[in-house]
Design a protein around this ligand. Sequence first.
Ligand code: IPM
Ligand code: MN
Length: 353
Amino acid sequence: MKTYKIAVIGGDGTGPEVVREGIKSLKAAADIEKFKVELTDFDFGGDRYLRTGEVLPASAVSDLKKFDAILLGAIGHPDVKPGILEKGILLKLRFELDQYINLRPVKLYENVQTPLKDKGPKEIDYVVVRENTGGVYTGVGGNTMEGTPHEIAEQSMLYNRFQVDRCLKWAFEYTKKRNKKNTLALSGKTNVLTYVWGLWERAFNEMGQKYFPDIKREYYHVDATCMWMVKNPEWFDVIVTENLFGDIITDLGAITQGGMGIASGGNINPEGVSMFEPIGGSAPKYTGQNIINPMAAVGAVQMMLDILGERKAAVRVEDAMKKTILKMKDMGAGKMGMSTTEVGDDVANNIAE
Ligand code: IPM
Ligand code: MN
């Protein structure tokens, strides 16, 4: 029997609660598909930082490299200055584990409300491939003459050809494997950010022509992408973009699929250890009340199984999610008509059936 070693970082706020529910589905899927999961908890997050003064222990990255995958709840604590935990834990792990793809499906399930008028599950079903290790997130820049009227602030969008090519290659291959519209849209800013987007556009067309002639290529400016994501989401199949643009457009995407309670993401290193997370954040005000929606964490488990190669288990989890979603009143915390644990139990029971 195959055993997967999974590192679990519950993290802050409601993170541990939602992860707990996701794990119920992971175990149910493993039982039925005949593989094993071995879970190891890590206490990284705001509480640990406030207790020890250390954001991440020195051994964290090398410890995590020994796992098959990581399941993350949420990072962000109301008593810690914004940026410390986000940069010190979440971004550090993405970078150090070289998780260069951030895969964020935008998929509206039956019975989920969308703010988009006249759009339903048929129209809202695409994925965003966000480059996850470059751009302004590399942190290159600085301030001089700080605090004076002449202060200079600089923050650079940095990319090398290698980073762009490996992201594009993954996106083209994913589009091919997905085999829906076989269309990959590059979302950029070639009209203003001519250096960085010149590189992306050249690399995109060269790779497409040479290696993926069967994949249709489209280009949209990122601002227009936002407009079409609202007006004509059915146009999209796979969108590929750089790190910051991907960060921004996936929040828009998330709200069109029912909000943060249901949006999941995978930080993927195709050759290494990947990390899966609900993208909603730590929602501290809902902590411990058993009212937060754990569905995004279940979705993270589903993506994890898919990327680990457990396709059948992943399909089972998604089918089970769909059944539970049909019973839910709303995707928002406290409005589900079910508690956090009830939702988690229901999905896991559906898998077992
Ligand atoms: C996300 C988040 C993070 C990001 C923050 C918390 C650093 O917004 O995962 O989208 O900007 O990538
Ligand atoms: Mn974000």
